[in-house]
Design a protein around this ligand. Sequence first.
Ligand code: A3P
Length: 344
Amino acid sequence: MASEKLEAANPVSLELFMKYDEELSQECSNIIATLPSESDWFSVQLYQYQGFWYQKRLIQAILNCQNHFQAHDTDIFIVTPLKCGTTWLKALTFTILNRKKYNLNPNLDPTQTVAPHPLLTANPHVLVPNLEFDLYFNTNKLDLSSFPSPRLLSSHLPYASLPESVKQSRCKMVFLSRNPKDVFISLWHFTNRLRPDIQEFNTIEYLFEKFCQGVNFFGPFWDHVLGYYKESLKRPEKILFLKYEELKSEPVRVLKDLGNFLGYGFSMEEENGHVIHDILKLCSFENLKNLEVNKSGKLPAGVENKTYFRRGEVGDWKNFLTIGMIKQIDAITEEKFGKHGLKF
Ligand code: A3P
């Protein structure tokens, strides 16, 4: 089994989450007092709320969203479990929606008649804010009136925990899933990068057991995916269900599907020209990873942008999982997804 040197800890620690614990509302404290709890993630206590696991402060943020966010019919949501390719899908969707506004290929427009593309200077997470982390983490009083329409937002929330107005409105949701083995490996690296400076690395064995039990942020992964998969079958006009792997293997086809689903389909002229290829190139792993903003920049919360670009490959799990681990995780996937015909 190949091993990889784990990167040094991100200066931002989990204290970021813990320091807000004292700011919980009475409603939130009352709910938390009734919830099952487990220790995970470097001794952070997680609580199971509406079937999924979160740190306390995140439950407050979810309540803020559930009680206060009002969806518009024109809203577009990118929804993902952690580490399924959120960063990539944000870049692609933002670029599809704004493709007439910004220059997709600086080489073809050296005179800069069109504005430079925001992705060249801003991480995708800045361009597409997350509902529970970026908007409602610290407050429930938000004025979103300055957001241009359609509002492009993101969330990691499971379907069952979405604000009612998101479910009831005609807003559209694009859900991105991924092979659970690659999700786990990506999550293991990511959590190690975000660990508090004083903490030891999280061993793969420890996190693997937790992941299989479903005890990780927004886990169980399988239940999260199934919630949206089932809903996408019932309401295909509302939820487009995508897989990271198909985005990798058939990017042109998926991009066309995505454009059509969002009501931003590509014209014949665009399809025959270079627009689709320019979008894919601009949002490619190699391009985004090597931009200065993603090599040295940080998100407002302090997380380094480079944390979101690791390998960007399908099947990296082969380099890390033992045969026993593969059997264990495949058995869970078969048990959960098999009867629904969902394969990765
Ligand atoms: P790996 O850790 O397997 O490399 P998220 O954005 O949901 O946090 O997911 C992160 C995963 O998506 C990481 O996977 C990351 O490398 C990969 N990724 C980020 N940008 C990408 C891109 N433009 N194309 C393909 N994969 C990308």
